[in-house]
Each structure stands twice: as structure tokens, then as C-alpha cells.
Write a protein of this length. Structure first.
Length: 254
């Protein structure tokens, strides 16, 4: 029996329990418009994950999803990743991860947020090394999607660091109300031509349609207009293609 469905109908916790009870070996693919995650199992036990910055952040991101198609692809064997033990520990702490996501969604209800430098609430503000790395990315008004692409950390950790910086008054948040062209949109997507880029699949109808329109001449805004999608939607697709090493971006010359 194939295990397929949508996370809006069957959550990750239930899926993990089912895979464990079936002692399945294979890859659980989770696919959405702007992401593609993979969780790998051996005899029902998680042993690896990919799709975000690293194995652990990929699992944390999967845990926070409330929608997205999933399918368990059975395999004869699966190689155990370096973070297998830590991933297995995360599965036992899934309820805690879900509570963290619940708090983050209250602070960041969507991706339509622009961050800028703020003023510290206290003269003596102490920052961790991780917080400094995220703060260094905000030298001018920067969208959340751009920060998630440039961050050295996975999505959950990046959001938690941003929430901490906001609480300390070091950054400000503004929610976008209009679909306007930003400086970061003035780019031309270029298809990568390496072995991995040419052979790795693209998931999601809109991701495929966007990729097929890339010719090295059309800029990002033009492609969005031709597809009839908003710039916000286009930025999510761009993020997906960048994260999967399918494209690079070239600055648009005026």
C-alpha cells in the first residue's frame, strides 16, 4: 500500500508512527510550491533528512509544515546519515518542536515581512555569535525570504534568532501590504548547467513552469507577469530553485 496524502489531512507525527509500525525503508518526500524535503527511514527509524540547510533543520522544517503533498517511496536500502542519532532524538521531542513552531507563527504569520535595523531597548545588550551573524545580514531593509536564503542556519533557527533580535529592539518588522518591486527583484535567473542541476528533478507545477520560462534574458519581474503570479509568489519559487541549486541570479543592468 502506497503512503501518500497531504499534511493538511495527516500530520507528520501520525506519518512517523505509521512508518515506524510498518518498519518501512525508504524516503518520505514532502513537496510544496516553495520547498522539497526528504526524510529517510531504515526499518521504520529515521536515519537522514535533506531539503533545508542540514539534516536536523530539514526535519524541524518538515515538523512545522501544515500543508504539502507527501509520498513514501520504498527503497531496498538507505544509507544512515551522520546526524541519524540526533534525528532520532528529535522524533521523540516532536511535541516540543511543534510548540516552538506555534510560537513562531504568532510572531511571523507569513513571509511578507521586511526587517530593518532598530534601536536597542537597553544600552547593555548581549548577543550570541548566532545572533550577530543574522544581524549582519540586515544592513538595509531586507525581506524575510531573502534572509532565509542567506542565513547559514535552517528556517526554524533563523526565525528564532530574528524573534530574539526583535525582542531586544535591534531590528524592526514591517508587514508588506502591496506587491511592489524591490531592489532584490532586479535580477535575471540563470539556469545552472552542472551535472546535478541538469539531472535533479523539479517538483511543483508552478516551479516547473517558472523554470521553463528562464532563458537567461527575461528578468524575474517579467517571468512573474508572464505567469500571472504575484511577486511574493515568485520570490518563493525563486527561493525553491536557489535552494535546490537549479539557478543562479545575475543583477539586472539598467
Amino acid at each position: 500500500m502506497a503512503l501518500t496524502g497531504d499534511l493538511s489531512e495527516l500530520d507528520l507525527k501520525s506519518i512517523l508512527n505509521l512508518i515506524s509500525s510498518l518498519k518501512s525503508t525508504g524516503k518520505l518526500e514532502i513537496i510544496g510550491d516553495s520547498m522539497h524535503l526528504g526524510l529517510y527511514f531504515k526499518d521504520g527509524v529515521i536515519v537522514d533528512a535533506d531539503g533545508d540547510k542540514d539534516a536536523l533543520s530539514s526535519f524541524e522544517k518538515a515538523a512545522g509544515l501544515t500543508s504539502g503533498k507527501f509520498e513514501l517511496i520504498k527503497m531496498d536500502s538507505v544509507k544512515e546519515g551522520e546526524k541519524a542519532k540526533e534525528l532520532q532524538a528529535l522524533t521523540t521531542d516532536l511535541d516540543s518542536i511543534l510548540k516552538r513552531w506555534e510560537r513562531l507563527r504568532k510572531v511571523f504569520p507569513n513571509y511578507d515581512i521586511v526587517f530593518d535595523i532598530g534601536e536597542a531597548k537597553s544600552e547593555e545588550v548581549k548577543l550570541t555569535t548566532d545572533e550577530w551573524k543574522i544581524l549582519a545580514l540586515i544592513r538595509e531593509p531586507t525581506t524575510l525570504l531573502r534572509l532565509l536564503i542567506n542565513s547559514p542556519y535552517g528556517e526554524m533557527k533563523t526565525l528564532e534568532l530574528l524573534a530574539s533580535l526583535f525582542d531586544k529592539g535591534l531590528i524592526t518588522m514591517n508587514f508588506e501590504s502591496e506587491d511592489v518591486v524591490k531592489a532584490e527583484d532586479e535580477v535575471i535567473p540563470i539556469k545552472e548547467t552542472g551535472w546535478y542541476a541538469m539531472r535533479s528533478p523539479i517538483y511543483g507545477d508552478r516551479n516547473i513552469a517558472f523554470y521553463n520560462k528562464i532563458d537567461g534574458r527575461k528578468d524575474f519581474v517579467t517571468i512573474c507577469r508572464e505567469m500571472g503570479i504575484t511577486l511574493r509568489e515568485g520570490r518563493q519559487i525563486l527561493r525553491y530553485l536557489l535552494n535546490n541549486d537549479k539557478i543562479t541570479l545575475k543583477s539586472k543592468t539598467r
